[in-house]
Design a protein. Structure first.
Length: 243
């Protein structure tokens, strides 16, 4: 495929490296500095856009691509307050959009485990959850999009948990016991760690995912781009992995 990389930070560069190994052709690398200099006619030559930018620019990037008829795979987090509006626009214009807060196969298996464990814990009121995520200092949004996905899935399954709240320290106490505490730490060079703990007075259990490098995320984004080709609609990792 002919691919445009929209965003060329750490993830964009890793995706670029792996695309070369798979014989895909990167025809443009867009950054905040050069995006306006790349013409729409140039972008129309692409088969696919892979987008990893910033939440404040993501929607504008998506709309530009949609107007050009370009399928988009995006891993930008922090903009999901606009999800319903954007998904409706994609479907109305018969566009093609694939979003994941995390493209790692292991993380998406963690999502599935979290949903199943939450169903069981809904019947175990003595256990209270806590979510911890750790990333490199270059990651500006907190908590991570992955952590928010974990939190939302848990809240949907557990009747006694009504919402999540960001806390400053991993051991901070939340007085309201209907809140899922979420802590975010920024430590270099951590690519990404997510831990969900369920603790009672007598024991605790934990499910977690620890990324050793960005390779797994980049491979997942490329797999999503290959899977999305020829499809119309709004999709995610559950669709691709048939979870």
């Amino acid at each position: 495929m002919k691919i445009v990389l929209y965003g060329y930070g750490r993830m964009g560069q890793e995706i670029d490296r792996l695309l070369k190994e798979k014989d895909h052709d990167v025809i443009a690398r867009l950054t905040a500095e050069n995006a306006e200099q790349v013409s729409d006619d140039e972008l129309r030559q692409a088969d696919m856009v892979i987008e990893f930018t910033r939440p404040e620019t993501a929607i504008a990037n998506y709309k530009r691509c949609l107007s050009l008829g370009l399928p988009v795979v995006s891993g930008t987090t922090g903009w999901l307050d606009h999800w319903d509006e954007w998904a409706s626009e994609v479907e109305a214009k018969e566009g093609s959009f694939f979003y994941a807060s995390n493209f790692s196969l292991g993380v998406n298996l963690l999502f599935a485990l979290n949903r199943q464990l939450a169903k069981w814990m809904n019947r175990q009121p003595d256990y209270n959850p806590r979510l911890i995520e750790i990333h490199h200092t270059g990651k500006l949004d907190a908590p991570s999009g992955t952590a928010i996905s974990i939190a939302k899935d848990l809240i949907e399954e557990v009747d006694r948990i009504e919402d999540w709240a960001l806390v400053n320290e991993p051991e901070s106490a939340i007085e309201h016991n209907h809140i899922l505490p979420v802590s975010s730490e920024r430590i270099d060079p951590t690519p990404g760690t997510h831990k969900l703990r369920w603790a009672s007075a007598i024991d605790e259990l934990e499910i977690s995912h620890i990324a050793h490098s960005r390779v797994g995320f980049a491979q997942g984004a490329i797999a999503a781009a290959e899977w999305l080709s020829g499809r119309v609609g709004v999709f995610g990792m559950e669709d691709m992995l048939n979870l």
